[in-house]
Write a protein that binds this ligand. Structure first.
Ligand SMILES: *Cc1c(COP(=O)(O)O)cnc(C)c1O
Ligand SMILES: [Zn+2]
Length: 398
């Protein structure tokens, strides 16, 4: 069953629908976990280990072995911040971001529905993921990207996997509007996160964090928020496992946005459910350069219901946190992902996060997604002859 999150109207699972016909709000898939947690033990460590909790037929899966990502304790950085810190490394998914979790379920659903073309608008990672999964499924794939605003690695992936790539003169929000219209006119099946089946895959981040911690909830989960699908999905996963009695507590869901693209943080600051879109979103963290998040209602509900919060960070803070994580812990992430670390640092300094809290930052995409930003943040390599004396001299003078 698919249900409207605002008016509760229900729809059949096999109806192709992206918004409630009655009120226009967003939809979610109704799922209840009715197996014991021992069910998941001893299985291969990908997200399909939770197949009983997923709304598609696992035997028909379109999969690249996604999920089961590294869960790393960050002792040094945690000590520096005075907290117990972990990162969930989503850059280790097949195409380098958490989008693969949504795409395996979304693409499996597309196959069950018998569609022949899929599409998305994307700041980059959704298109990279969709292109790969469409190739695997053998479906035609069209993607809309905001011209000049997609990180190099993501563009390379979308093109190389054979998607039909359109560079749209406009921002992500405008590209999504156009793509959604195409989908409504049934030219293709939409696999943006407005599609509730995408979020059914992404909710497994919440499952895995609790599972990784030995069936305990962290005090807080911190993640970057762009179109706001992921924070909504993780909260859904957490809620499902909590309702099943798998753990006692739930985490405070904490969303971080870039200062130049922060409609959710603005709504949180005003203590309202009414998100006001940001006209011309701007940030170096292109994956969260979004002014009108489609899942705003779900995200704000997750934040308020979990007693969480939303905060903003500057591009400078994002880049500093990206380098800090890479150099203190060896975890390389793209700028948007580093917003979680930057936001956490700010919240600790402001006293909004208590000392000793157990915090999980979801680092959403791989460092190599945006090689240009990484190289720009570094000094050039030392160029020298293969002469050991010259090299010794340089090393000793450092
Ligand atoms: C998509 C994406 C985000 C934003 O996730 P939303 O679900 O749109 O809020 C953050 N970081 C990375 C790396 C992404 O690819
Ligand atoms: Zn409705």
């Amino acid at each position: 069953m698919i249900r409207c999150v605002s008016c509760g109207e229900e729809y059949e699972d096999d109806e192709v629908i992206y918004n409630c016909k009655k009120c226009g709000s967003v939809l979610e898939v109704e799922m209840e976990v009715d197996v014991p947690k021992s069910t998941f033990e001893g299985r291969r460590d990908n997200l399909w280990k939770y197949k009983e909790c997923l709304p598609v037929d696992a035997d028909k899966r379109v999969s690249l072995d996604e999920g089961g990502t590294p869960f790393c304790r960050c002792e040094k950085l945690g000590k520096e911040l005075g907290i117990d810190l972990y990162v969930k490394v989503e850059g280790s998914n097949p195409t380098g971001s958490f989008k693969d979790r949504g795409m395996t379920i979304g693409m499996t659903k597309a196959m069950m529905l018998g569609v022949d073309t899929v599409g998305c608008a994307s700041t980059g990672n959704t298109s990279a993921s969709l292109a790969a999964y469409a190739a695997r499924a053998g479906l035609r794939c069209a993607v809309f990207l905001p011209a000049g605003k997609v990180a190099l690695g993501k563009l390379a992936q979308a093109m190389f996997h054979g998607a039909e790539v359109f560079s749209i003169n406009g921002n992500f929000d405008e590209a999504l509007e156009a793509m959604t219209q195409l989908a409504r006119e049934k030219y293709l099946y939409l696999l943006n996160s407005i599609n509730p089946f995408r979020l059914e895959g992404q909710k497994t981040i919440g499952y895995e964090i609790v599972h990784d911690l030995g069936w305990e909830s962290p005090d807080r989960i911190v993640l970057p928020v762009g179109n706001a699908g992921n924070i909504s999905a993780i909260w859904k996963g957490i809620t499902e496992f909590h309702n099943a009695g798998f753990m006692d507590d739930v985490p405070m869901m904490t969303g971080i946005q870039a200062e130049g693209a922060c409609p959710i943080a603005n709504a949180y600051r005003d203590n309202t459910m009414d998100m006001v879109p940001v006209e011309n979103p701007e940030t170096i963290a292109t994956a969260i350069r979004i002014g009108a998040p489609v899942s705003a209602v779900k995200a704000l509900r997750a934040i308020y219901d979990s007693n969480g919060m939303a905060e903003t960070v500057t591009d400078e803070e994002i880049l500093a946190a990206q380098k800090l994580l890479a150099r203190t812990e060896g975890v390389g992430v793209e700028p948007a992902s580093a917003a979680s670390i930057a936001g956490l640092k700010k919240l600790v300094e402001q006293g909004d996060v208590d000392k000793g809290e157990r915090v999980v930052c979801v680092v959403t995409g791989h460092l190599l997604k945006d090689p240009n930003t990484a190289i720009d943040a570094c000094v050039d390599p030392v160029q020298v002859d293969a002469d050991i004396d010259k090299i010794k001299e340089i090393l000793l003078n450092k």
